[in-house]
Design a protein around this ligand. Structure first.
Ligand code: NYM
Length: 212
């Protein structure tokens, strides 16, 4: 087993940007090139907290807005021991959404500040790289209808996009904006190169703490 740690790589973006497709392709490509890699996604709907979140998103239950924000955060914290163990074992984690989605979605609701929304996630393992899949809302709309889950409307997604843009101004996070309007393969190639570079750079560095 390698004593060099794996990298924590996050893909973010509004719905229909292609995050899940790209995460899967990236994990596959890294594994093919002999680099241990696994995919994770948030919310992780398999845990007890995740099941509460899932039924909220499916509109089967209603939760107070602050409460659900804290549940999304708790759903990340409950997986931190497992994430750290894997990173220390040299496994690169490719994560479909993380705290940035948490902040962008809640702060798109009325009366939520970015600062309040960030607080519960302060100190999470800090991603070595956060790739933001950028897609114009009109192009996203052309990729098909939104589903029926909570938040899946064009106007809410526009507010989410604005919140992401605010978060991307923070230089303490290693953001890379990826033009997601291109073909799946072209986007994949760019992402793969960025990841290979970050894996080589991060392997000797300690895992950071987010927003600390
Ligand atoms: N979401 C996701 C939040 O509101 N807060 C969070 O912390 C996270 C991680 O849940 N609309 C929202 C974004 C999405 C939804 O959808 C999860 P999916 O398709 O499972 O990624």
């Amino acid at each position: 087993m390698s004593c060099r740690r794996g990298s924590l790589i996050v893909l973010e973006g509004v719905d229909k940007a292609g995050k899940t497709t790209q995460c899967k392709k990236l994990v596959h490509a890294l594994q093919q090139s002999g680099r241990p890699a696994e995919m994770m996604r948030f919310p992780d709907r398999t845990t007890q907290i995740g099941q509460l979140i899932s039924s909220y998103l499916e509109k089967k239950n209603n939760l107070e807005d602050h409460t659900v924000h804290l549940l999304f955060s708790a759903n990340r914290w409950e997986l931190v021991p497992q994430m750290k163990k894997k990173l220390e074992q040299g496994i690169t984690l490719v994560v479909d959404r993380y705290a940035f989605s948490g902040v962008a979605f809640t702060s798109a609701k009325p009366d939520f500040s970015l600062e309040w929304c960030k607080n519960p996630d302060v100190g999470l393992p800090k991603p070595d790289l956060v790739m933001f899949l950028q897609l114009n809302p009109s192009v996203a709309a052309g990729r098909g209808e939104f589903g029926t889950e909570r938040y899946e409307t064009s106007s809410f997604q526009r507010s989410v996009q604005q919140r992401f843009e605010q978060l991307m101004k923070d230089p303490s996070v290693n953001w890379k904006v990826i033009d997601a309007a291109r073909s799946i393969e072209v986007v994949h190639s760019e992402i793969k190169v960025l990841c290979e570079n970050i894996i080589n750079t991060a392997e000797n560095l300690p895992i950071g703490e987010l927003w600390k």
